[in-house]
Design a protein around this ligand. Sequence first.
Ligand SMILES: Nc1ncnc2c1ncn2[C@@H]1O[C@H](COP(=O)(O)OP(=O)(O)O)[C@@H](O)[C@H]1O
Ligand SMILES: Nc1ccn([C@H]2C[C@H](O)[C@@H](COP(=O)(O)OP(=O)(O)O)O2)c(=O)n1
Length: 233
Amino acid sequence: MPTAVAATPVIVAIDGPSGTGKSSTSKAVAIRLGLGFLDTGAQYRAMTWWMLSNGIDVDDPAAVAAASAKPTIVSGTDPQAPTITVDGTDVSVPIRGREVTAAVSAVSAVPEVRARITELQRSIAAEAPAGIVVEGRDIGTTVLPNADLKVFLTASPEARAARRSGELRGKEAADLASTREALIKRDAADAGRKTSPMAKAADAVEVDTTELTLDEVVACVVGLVEERRRPLR
Ligand SMILES: Nc1ncnc2c1ncn2[C@@H]1O[C@H](COP(=O)(O)OP(=O)(O)O)[C@@H](O)[C@H]1O
Ligand SMILES: Nc1ccn([C@H]2C[C@H](O)[C@@H](COP(=O)(O)OP(=O)(O)O)O2)c(=O)n1
């Protein structure tokens, strides 16, 4: 039985590098607590997919900036069935492909892209009736600095690479070493960019998931949310 404490919407920010369990943890926490779920990486991937599909040179920041207002990106926030469309097309499958993964750090480093997507994220969070779990790289630091709870997930590069390569199938499959290398390269780009780099907020709780099961991480985050929920006023 939920306790009678959650009168105001609760905002949870979950950040961290690739493969630490942000998406799976956030979805499960949102389901458990009856909140919305927003995968902000999917939005940057959708923007990248559109750039690639429209022949924009993703290594030309001026070209990316000039085109960044064109696509209409819509995220469905039901944690049981999250959706992502660009100009009405379901892009949930192509945004996970290798081409998009290789280009997404460059596109998401462009300030005009970040400004547009950040605004979209804030309006989605503000409209979530019961609250929302938002996961990404800069949610606790930039997008929602007043979140009720900020979590920064970490895990060893070995654990993250093993988790990621377990997901890849067929021609996309890569060996552990190259998956690990690609992850580390993307983390460095995401943490090293000028505009809103991936970072742990000063008031975030860091959770190392290397030795934890997904259920253990979910239980930990649910416990932290319950602790911080403001009493009924
Ligand atoms: N604590 C965990 N232990 C083992 N595997 C996990 C754990 N958390 C997530 N995973 C698995 O690792 C993969 C990457 O998780 P995901 O949630 O997509 O990470 P992120 O969003 O941080 O990139 C998924 O296949 C997921 O099921
Ligand atoms: N808030 C965010 C979320 C993602 N990004 C960028 C940086 C990431 O490498 C890409 C893809 O993010 P995503 O969470 O889908 O990546 P992984 O699931 O970890 O592979 O988007 C970002 O710049 N800011």
